[in-house]
Design a protein around this ligand. Sequence first.
Ligand code: 6PG
Length: 478
Amino acid sequence: ARATIGLTGLATMGRNLARNIARNGHTIAVHNRTTARTTALLEEYGDEGDFVGCESLEELVAAIERPRAIVVMVKAGEATDAVVDELVPLLDADDIVVDAGNAHFADTLRRQEALAAHGLHFVGMGVSGGEEGALDGPSIMVGGSDHAYERLQPVVESIAALVDGTPCCAHVGPDGAGHFVKMVHNGIEYADMQLIAESYDLLRSVLGLAPAEVADVFEEWNGGDLESFLIEMTADVLRHVDHESGRPFVDVVVDAAEQKGTGRWTVQDALELGVPITGIAEATFARSLSGHTEQREAARAVFATEPVTLDVDRDTFVDQVRAALYASKVVAYAQGFDHIAAGAEAHDWDIDLGEVATIWRGGCIIRAQFLDRIREAYADEPDLTTLLTTAYFADAITDGVDAWREVVATAVRAGVPTPTFSSSLAYFDGLRREHLPAALIQALRDNFGAHTYARVDRDGTFHTRWAEDGRPEEQQDD
Ligand code: 6PG
């Protein structure tokens, strides 16, 4: 056995991850269910590093130094279970199986328990950055035991993206924490993309800009606070002209957004935990709405109207949209970090939120200059109640709030849907409002269901005798 690590599953992500590991000087044993992929990897990239090609899982296992570390990079779900089930009988105590796919953290918890019964370690490892990131340096969110991380650390830290000399890789917490943090990363990715899409729609629909002109705006925004991978990519994509039709590329793509499920999981989990991640939820639902082609056609047939033309100054509006985008982005991240904090508490994971911000600064899809501000905020105050109130973000929101309202109001008047802008603004207004109408909801609940309420003027739990004398009655704990 001479390989430091093994990897099975050589589709694009697995192949690139394997090449990244080899390029960084680690001997890697590689395997794929169909050997053709293994052969192709060795033929095309064999000279990039020290690969050991293996035709079977038995060979793979035999090629790795003990305790073994084997990365599984197959489709999340049944495919992962199938490979893990096949591997387990081949392994020895203390060996480590690393799932680098986009698994649901609950599956990771289940697999970890199952492997622990065999004396094996199971590590759920979130990897972000797409194909390119996998090859050149992703952001890596590792779960599992400290013991397993010690074994993996030299490899995973060497292949991660670097920002200011710090690898974008961390052991974020035990068992399912790595996949949990990756799940929320993807939820934020959904919100980020939806905010970008709403900004584009407004600039196009309200100002009548062509895609290439919107690209110019995004390029300019990328030079400021909004600087990020996705904003930069948006400028490139909007400028792209379809080779076949000669039309702006964005106009030849069907307007129905798909999803593989990580955004949906984020929202489902947030509902369970009671964390209002409204930006991510609206972004996820906006994708669903876009895919309801028949309903959209039916609604268009009945409700189609002439576009509303508004008298809006171009430069002013562009700047207002920028401010609205920034403020809504702050809200989406604040909600995402709240979600991670709630998940950490519910599962008893000690997750360092500042560290999460640190490893998201590079390599991953949501990498952005802005994450440095989040890192600083947690460095100043590790037990922060909400990111919104930290000085830097509070200033940005205070400066941008009028523009944010104006953009949402303009969108409403123009009939351009901006669910993430609007819901983020509603969240902000909800948080900062002195009195919420939740008082009325409590009163109604008490009236129809005797669900009780708390009072502003004294402690205790009360029920009003609605049907009798209308007086409040203090409830005694049973
Ligand atoms: C990443 C991406 C990656 C993938 C998403 C796409 O961090 O590298 O998030 O994991 O692109 O799974 O998700 P949807 O298909 O749900 O948009």
